[in-house]
Design a protein around this ligand. Structure first.
Ligand SMILES: *Cc1c(COP(=O)(O)O)cnc(C)c1O
Length: 222
């Protein structure tokens, strides 16, 4: 199937669910991003700051750029002018830097708290305790140019669906716990970013609002 056909098929699968598609465009040249755009995709995810910063001016202005990979604070300045959502918020320090750089551009950047849900040691992210420490800190409460809009997580890469499903459920419970405890009066805290090419169907069944799909659309990355 072509990029356009695959995106159309995915959108048809998502119709009637809570989930929207973030097309993960990392490593792919801008021509392929243009094809995805022509197919109606508007949410694009990249994991390298330089790559996103190079592609952004070339694509139409209504693309929502999502940073999905770990973000070093010294690189925030390269995406602060345009990034819509940083899905990989893993520290108070990063939130503070996002706030500082977004203020320079008089804008607000959305953030998702990234949780560690996988069994693999290598997958980064916060624990619930760490997230609550951030949310309770006076420093967080002073931020005006960054706003948290939900949570994100990466499940274990395994064919064992029970494992993946349990991890997505765990993430959903974190989301609901934080929503009730810290964001009850803030409707913008609504995103549950979970699900990739291999496991998005399970994620959608578990209530995902953002699936991040790359290789199922573009083929494997070389
Ligand atoms: C690369 C990446 C994806 C997309 O992975 P695919 O398996 O190609 O769909 C999703 N989320 C994150 C955080 C990624 O780094």
């Amino acid at each position: 199937m072509s990029i356009v056909q695959t995106i159309a098929a995915l959108e048809a699968e998502l119709a009637g669910t809570a989930a929207r598609l973030v097309v993960v465009t990392k490593t792919h040249p801008v021509e392929r991003l243009r094809e995805a755009y022509a197919a109606g995709a508007r949410l694009f995810g990249e994991n390298r700051v330089q790559e996103m910063a190079a592609k952004q001016p070339v694509l139409p202005a209504d693309v929502e750029w999502h940073q999905i990979g770990q973000l070093q604070t010294n690189k925030v300045k390269y995406l602060a002018a345009f990034v819509h959502t940083v899905q990989s918020v893993d520290s108070l320090r990063l939130l503070q830097e996002l706030d500082k750089q977004a203020a320079k551009h008089q804008r607000v950047i959305n953030g998702l708290l990234q949780f560690h849900i996988a069994q693999e040691e290598t997958k980064t992210g916060l624990t619930l305790l760490e997230a609550e420490e951030i949310l309770q800190s006076p420093a967080y409460q002073q931020l005006r140019h960054v706003r948290l809009t939900g949570v994100m997580g990466i499940a274990t890469y395994t064919p064992d669906e029970a494992v993946v499903r349990a991890e997505f459920r765990q993430l959903r419970q974190y989301f609901e716990h934080l929503k009730a405890g810290y964001f009850a009066d803030q409707p913008q805290f609504k995103e549950l970013s979970m699900g990739m090419s291999a496991d998005y169907a399970l994620a959608v069944a578990e209530g995902s609002t953002l699936i991040r799909v790359g290789s199922a659309i573009f083929g494997s990355r070389t």
